[in-house]
Design a protein around this ligand. Structure first.
Ligand code: NAD
Length: 424
């Protein structure tokens, strides 16, 4: 029997609509009863805050921020904080739900959470960003902590933002609390390899898919949508593996060169000028063109809802590895499956970030830090194991990799809550 979450029968946000549709399909496959289905489809806790920030011109601006904990069944909630004008409660709920399934797919002892502030960081000074971050951190400090909920970077947040959150939280405690956030700078308890971890995990998966399909990542052509943390590191590591990155875009458009972009120079141009389009190599391309470009591997690494029913029939990539969260709608998923495109879902393909966040959390709690080789080796082992488990799950009965990953993730969270029972 199919039911939808009572909290929001008509989701307004496309990401939340995608997350609920995916969840309900998997709940059917797993045969969850109505009570479990409703419990698992709803966020355990959510916080909305309106908070004031003094802007540089002396005016007071009120921002709206959120922190949602989807599930704490398997351990402390874990998930990033996003700064973007489109951030809203439903989007954060969707991202928190995906975090719960993702942590379970790669078998980390974490629940799922997400947070965000509706703002346009590109129009704010560093001082305004710092004041907004510190006040937001203070507002959500009743929710977060090393034992209960650990934020990390997401779209438009970075190691500096994590440093401000860690400092704000620590000021209230009176001592340094390393485990309150991950993705911190190395100098204050960050982990080697965290910055590149999402992109590295995506690259490891892309390479495994090619190998399993009887090919090789060496010489494979790759197109990447989104040239931020996830996209640039994936591009660099895939190019080091021998792949040819023929196209990349950011929100303003991008570049295409069939002989392969010089990834290091493209990253430098993006860093120095803020726009990948300023890298003068090959031809200018739009995001629509990139998504429909002939290539072996397409990596969406920007935002949700990019591959939809309207462009999926024109996608020519053989393999899609989702570095972004929720880039493919369920309608597009069906079309891609029918067209024989292998789609490695977000909750597996971008799990590298939360895996190394887990390492950072462990290191911070032990005050004992590992070298880069150790982090990379442990990351690779977990990613490959999880990929093998998802592929095995997808074999009998035959389901897509997304269905298999969700069955694994939702199944593990279900097992945890069943074992723990219902309190009181
Ligand atoms: P980021 O802010 O560093 O980069 C986002 C990039 O996407 C920017 O280059 C931006 O210009 C580009 N972009 C935005 N809208 C676009 C559009 N319509 N078309 C093309 N490009 C566009 O963010 P990030 O941390 O790299 O996150 C990207 C995605 O990866 C998000 O979905 C995020 O949730 C997911 N993710 C990130 C991490 C992480 O560790 N950073 C971990 C897991 C998942």
């Amino acid at each position: 029997m199919t039911s939808t979450a009572k909290l929001s029968t008509q989701p307004q946000d496309p990401a939340y609509a995608i997350a609920l549709t995916q969840f309900n399909a998997i709940a059917d496959k797993l045969g969850l009863d109505d009570g479990l289905r409703e419990w698992l489809s709803l966020p355990q806790r959510e916080l909305t805050t309106h908070f004031p920030v003094r802007m540089d011109d002396g005016s007071l601006k009120v921002f709206k921020g959120y922190r949602v904990q989807h599930s704490l069944a398997r351990g402390p909630a874990k998930g990033g904080i996003r700064y973007h004008p489109r951030v809203n409660l439903e989007e954060v709920r969707a991202l928190a739900m995906w975090m719960a399934w993702k942590c379970a797919v790669v078998d980390l002892p974490f629940g799922g959470a997400k947070g965000g502030v509706a703002c346009n960081p590109k129009e704010m000074s560093m001082a305004e960003l710092e004041r907004m971050t510190r006040r937001f951190a203070s507002e959500i400090s009743i929710f977060i902590g090393p034992e209960n909920d650990i934020p990390a970077p997401d779209v438009n947040t970075n190691a500096q933002v994590m440093a401000w959150i860690m400092d704000t939280y620590s000021m209230h405690k009176g001592y340094s609390v390393l485990g309150v956030v991950t993705g911190k700078p190395l100098a204050i308890g960050g982990s080697q390899g965290r910055d590149e971890a999402t992109g590295r995990g995506t690259a490891i998966i892309a390479s495994e898919v090619m190998r399993r399909q009887g090919g090789s990542i060496d010489g494979a052509t790759v197109a990447i949508q989104g040239f931020g943390n996830a996209g640039t590191h994936a591009a660099r590591i895939l190019s080091d593996m021998g792949a040819r990155v023929i196209a990349a875009t950011d929100s303003q458009g991008g570049r295409y060169n069939p002989r392969g972009l010089n990834v290091k120079r493209a990253i430098a141009a993006k860093r120095e000028t803020g726009q990948l389009g300023n890298y003068r190599d090959g031809d200018a391309i739009s995001n629509d063109e990139l998504l429909e470009m002939p290539c072996d591997i397409l990596i969406p690494a920007a935002l949700e809802n990019q591959i939809t029913g309207s462009n999926a029939p024109r996608v020519k990539a053989k393999v899609i590895v989702e570095a972004a969260n929720g880039p493919t709608t369920p309608e597009a998923d069906e079309m891609l499956n029918e067209n024989g495109v292998t789609v490695v879902p977000d909750i597996l393909a971008n799990a590298g970030g939360v895996i190394v966040s887990y390492f950072e959390w462990i290191q911070g709690r032990q005050h004992y830090f590992w070298d880069l080789a150790e982090v990379q080796a442990k990351l690779e082992r977990i990613m490959k194991n999880a990929y093998d488990e998802v592929v095995a799950m997808a074999t009998t009965p035959k389901v897509s990799l997304r269905e298999a990953a969700l069955m694994l993730g939702v199944g593990r969270v279900t097992e945890s809550i069943k074992l723990r029972g219902v309190y009181p």
